[in-house]
Design a protein. Structure first.
Length: 139
């Protein structure tokens, strides 16, 4: 193996892991969304067919609302394909940028990213405050 392909191998591994994590997170959130939909009232499920653009809900008629949903559905697959392309381009760009770092810098970056992800998870999940310790008696 040449030196350049050896330096790209860890980056490809990191990119593959990130893609797997994103896919796992997406499938678990999809399952959660489905569970929420299953438990929602039938009227709400039937009513929710799309999302109107900002500020439209108060001014459109029911007929216009249906027409808007049809327009949105026509563009949905194109928009999803573009989002996928964007995600791929960002991942490729980030991998190339990472290649510019020294191994020590890559390790430090990994630590910073891991710390930031942990902080984000902690912000999302409600924490239960620990019970105060009664080791010291109050006077």
């Amino acid at each position: 193996m040449d030196c350049q392909s050896q330096s790209r191998r860890p980056i490809l591994i990191v990119v593959a892991i990130l893609v797997a994590l994103l896919a796992t997170n997406r499938s678990s959130s999809t399952a959660q969304e489905k569970e929420k939909k299953d438990t929602a009232p039938a009227a709400r499920l039937h009513k929710h067919r799309g999302r109107l653009p900002n500020f439209y809900a108060k001014i459109v008629t029911p007929d216009q609302r249906e027409q808007i949903y049809k327009v949105q559905s026509r563009y949905q697959s194109q928009i999803e394909a573009l989002r996928k392309q964007l995600r791929e381009a960002v991942a490729k760009r980030n991998a190339e940028i990472r290649e510019l770092l020294t191994p020590e810098q890559q390790k430090r970056l990994d630590e910073i990213v891991a710390k930031a992800r942990k902080a984000a998870r902690n912000r999302r999940s409600p924490k239960i405050a620990p019970k105060p310790k009664n080791d010291q008696a109050k006077p």
